[in-house]
Design a binder for this molecule. Structure first.
Ligand code: ZN
Length: 156
């Protein structure tokens, strides 16, 4: 994506500004499209930047969802794939709230269980992963009780 000036603003803007909605910034570049899949709904207007320069995470992704303010509960699913992301809520082009991805106690139906024998891979049961360790993020399947490093899991 080409860089462009934010119409005289002092800061260079790498992705189109949105008038209102939610901005997810500082996503590891490789996770950007997974974030879109996880959070955006079919009708959403979404702006995506991938492999943007970032002093914090090297190359990053940015996802902007126009017109919807995502609640903290919804973005907590990002803790699995982009725990260092920041969330900004925008109204009238102003940031009215900014927060880090909250760590949930449970990831409900977000990641597949990596145990091929687990009941969730045979029946259409929603998966449930409890957080047992935050750093490095480690989760335990409620059904088969196996533990996994979060970065080993594939998303549903
Ligand atoms: Zn399991």
């Amino acid at each position: 994506m080409k860089e462009r000036d934010g119409s005289g603003a002092h800061k260079v803007r790498q992705v189109e500004a949105i008038a209102s909605g939610t901005v997810i910034d500082h996503i590891p570049a490789a996770m950007t499209l997974k974030v879109v899949n996880l959070l955006a709904e079919v009708e959403d207007q979404v702006f995506v930047g991938i492999n943007l320069r970032s002093s914090r995470v090297g190359r990053k992704g940015v996802v902007k969802i126009a017109g919807r303010e995502l609640p903290e509960r919804t973005v907590s699913s990002l803790a699995l794939i982009a725990p260092q992301a920041t969330i900004s809520i925008i109204r009238d082009y102003e940031v009215i709230a900014k927060y880090q991805v909250p760590m949930p106690d449970v990831f409900a139906d977000i990641a597949r269980c990596d145990n091929p024998n687990c009941v969730t891979n045979h029946e259409r049961w929603p998966t449930r992963m409890e957080v047992v360790l935050r750093d490095p993020l480690t989760v335990r399947c409620t059904y088969c009780e196996r533990t996994f490093a979060a970065n080993e899991l594939s998303l549903i």
